[in-house]
Design a protein around this ligand. Structure first.
Ligand SMILES: Nc1nc2c(ncn2[C@@H]2O[C@H](COP(=O)(O)OP(=O)(O)OP(=O)(O)O)[C@@H](O)[C@H]2O)c(=O)[nH]1
Ligand SMILES: [Mg+2]
Length: 680
């Protein structure tokens, strides 16, 4: 092949299911490029990726790791993304700036389904991607490769195009034949593969596999199709050109294999990326990046200790200098990243990934030009599906908790927090229990805030089922000097769900002077905060019908107090009933799991299926729509994931309040009364 002129720096995101070997692959790629003197390992906790405390402690990636290196005169940045479904957000954001994704998968056919969500997402967003089947050093992998490929094909909408044919000894893989150059290579432990003679037994298979590869390419190229029909061998250049074009257009998914641990197939993968991955200009065009001479895209924010905020950005076009104004801030430091290490540089050029210092007003997802923001679409963060109420151990830590939560949710937009107006708890929302426990560890490790976590309370409410008419309330107080006197008769009536509270009066003859109407209204409102069952009372109409007053002693306070007395005595007579929030849930699962997902929903108290349908644009997936009480979705994600090999997910939204009586209702009220008793 003719040597290509060095292209601008490119970005590859390493994605794929949990523990498939992405961080190990990063290590292997960096070592192959000569960027590390010694190859580290996730096992010995000295890999370039996963350098943060939490990842090391858990033995899994919990946030993205970025490392830039040079390979054969070209610059590459790898973004190693966590595989766990609970830590997906960083990967989703990295894919918004990557030229290509390398989907690392396990060679076990039974685990192919785990790659389904990421493959769907890449197709949906049209991100060019290749598959790297890792761990091919494992015993017996050679015997499973065909089954694996068909299992993977069943979860990919795009055709998987095998680029290499494994050479096997027994059931083990010992090398490969490159299907473009048709040369055979033998693996050597921790060294580059060596050119070898093509084993005789492989030749017929090689011919078939190459033909299959060319047929896939010919589906998108008439010239190649004609050549195949006429049995003309296409020129190697033409095959490469097709591979490059089809990859850039996300028409095909080339498949390579190897072992990150043993360094098998790493050079092949790297060279494939080098020759075929699109560059920054093509990616910017694919994503519709605005036509600005200088424009960068922030895809990750970090609050590093002693350094302050850093905005990690890809430079789409132009040059970024230290000290220049970008967006609303002046850049204070341009750093090149290599895992935990940073190297200061004066500027960054198109294609590079750099950390920009002190961009305090910039958020992840923003595109920046000198001195201003540039509109650029950015996908909304994942909706949280799991929560904990968090409370500091030390009382004085509350302010620190607030600022630290802001920082960790800036770092990971799939974490959210809110001070619940209803339960007054600080609620931390995220993608699952490990995600939240990890966030809590981060609060401690990085910001020194220790919190305890509990299941968040459900914001129950209550209403009345029967009207209470003509309820009397009288407040009379005499302690020398001015007395206090208020006297009211009110009707308390339930209204339709969702209508809220209203006040009216039908007082005749000035029995209660007009100026005290609002006192009665406010007295009732105050009472609503805590009804007879201990929760907010909703959907109630209060009417002041009658009363009396005292020319001197009546006051706003006295009428308020009289109303409170009427409400306190009257509402228990109105058959109070608990109301619980019910949410609409949209469960997304592969069709094989639809029936199980439906059973999971109907197995929950009050769970009602509303219907199910094919998931738009997701061939082979369904969505199940259901109504489920909020209390019943607290751990729904845990059950759904364990039912579906981790690939099922759901979104939810508040629907309505529904009456909760019977034993469940009684238990809630009992617990509430006990809590209120303990607090008073
Ligand atoms: N046999 C074998 N094991 C491997 C290979 N690559 C990775 N592993 C092992 O697989 C496990 C997970 O490796 P990681 O590199 O952390 O996987 P990952 O995909 O980055 O994991 P997450 O980011 O947490 O999803 C570790 O125990 C590795 O030693 C390989 O090529 N062969
Ligand atoms: Mg990892």
């Amino acid at each position: 092949m003719p040597t290509k002129s060095p292209s601008s720096p490119r970005v590859a995101a390493l994605v794929g299911p949990y523990l498939a070997g992405k961080t190990s692959l990063l290590e292997a790629l960096l070592h192959h490029a000569g960027a590390t003197a010694r190859k580290g390992s996730v096992k010995t906790r000295d890999s370039v990726g996963d350098a943060c405390m939490e990842a090391r402690a858990r033995g899994m990636s919990t946030e993205l790791s970025i490392a830039s290196c040079e390979y054969l005169g070209e610059s590459w940045t790898f973004v190693d993304c966590p595989g766990s479904v609970e830590f997906q957000q960083d990967g989703l954001n990295a894919l918004q700036v990557a030229d290509i994704a390398v989907v690392v998968v396990d060679p076990e056919p039974a685990k192919a389904l785990c790659a389904a969500p990421i493959l769907k997402l890449l197709d949906e967003r049209k991100v060019p991607h290749v598959l790297f089947i890792n761990k091919c050093d494992q015993q017996g992998v050679g015997g499973k490769i065909n089954e694996l490929l068909s299992a993977l094909q069943s979860v990919s909408d795009r055709p998987l195009v095998l680029r290499e044919l494994p050479i096997k000894e027994g059931a083990n893989i010992t090398g490969f034949v490159d299907l473009v150059s048709e040369r055979a290579w033998g693996y050597k432990p921790h060294e580059d593969a060596q050119l070898a003679k093509m084993p005789d037994g492989v030749l017929p298979q090689e011919g078939d596999a190459r033909r299959e590869m060319l047929e896939h390419l010919a589906d998108f190229d008439d010239h190649l199709m004609e050549e195949l029909l006429e049995d003309i061998a296409p020129a190697t250049e033409e095959v490469y050109a097709n591979l490059t074009r089809d990859l850039a257009g996300d028409l095909i998914v080339p498949v390579l294999f190897g072992s990150a641990e043993e360094d098998h197939g790493i050079r092949r993968l790297f060279k494939m990326l080098r020759h075929e991955a699109p560059g920054v200009a093509e990616t910017a065009a694919r994503l519709g990046v605005a036509d600005e001479p200088v424009i960068v895209q922030v895809f990750k924010s970090v609050h590093a200790q002693h350094i302050g905020k850093q905005s990690i950005a890809r430079i789409w076009r132009g040059e970024v200098q230290d000290g220049q104004f970008l967006g609303p801030n002046r850049v204070s430091g341009v750093q090149r990243l290599f895992g935990a290490q940073q190297k200061k540089q004066a500027k960054g050029g198109a294609g590079e990934v750099v950390a920009l210092g002190r961009m305090d007003d910039v958020q992840t997802g923003q595109a920046l030009a000198p001195g201003r923001l540039v509109p650029h679409p950015w996908p909304a963060p994942m909706q949280p599906c799991f929560s904990f109420a968090v409370k500091t151990f030390k009382q004085g830590d509350d302010v620190k908790l607030g600022t630290s939560l802001l920082k960790i949710s800036e770092e990971d937009p799939s974490l959210r927090y809110e001070q619940s107006a209803e339960t007054h708890e600080m609620v931390l929302w995220g993608q699952g229990e490990i995600h939240l426990r990890n966030a809590i560890e981060r609060l401690k490790n990085r910001f020194g805030v220790e919190v305890k976590a509990d299941r968040a309370q459900i914001p129950y409410k209550e209403t009345l089922r029967k009207p209470v008419m003509n309820q009397h309330g009288r407040y009379k107080h005499q302690t020398g000097g001015h007395g206090a006197f208020g006297d009211v008769y009110i009707d308390i009536k339930p209204v339709a769900r969702g209508q809220g509270y209203s006040f009216s009066e039908t007082v005749v003859g000035g029995a209660v002077p007009r100026q005290f109407f609002s006192s009665v209204d406010n007295g009732a409102r105050e009472f609503l905060k805590q009804g007879p069952l201990g929760f907010e009372l909703v959907d109630i109409a209060v009417t002041l019908t009658n009363g009396s007053y005292h020319a001197v002693d009546s006051s706003d306070m006295a009428f308020k107090a009289a109303t409170r007395i009427a409400m306190t005595e009257g509402t228990p007579l109105g058959a109070p009933v608990l109301l619980e929030p019910v949410v609409t849930v949209e469960v997304s699962v592969p069709s094989d799991y639809t029936a199980r997902a439906q059973r999971m929903v109907t197995g929950r108290r009050g769970g009602q299926i509303q219907g199910y349908d094919a998931k738009a644009g997701w061939n082979g997936w369904d969505v199940v729509n259901a109504l489920v009480p909020l209390a019943e979705i607290a751990d729904l994600i845990l059950e759904l994931r364990s039912l579906t090999m981790g690939v099922g997910s759901f979104t939810w939204a508040f629907s309505h309040l529904a009456e909760l009586d019977g034993r469940e209702g009684e238990q809630v009220v009992k617990a509430r009364k006990a809590a209120l008793g303990a607090a008073s």
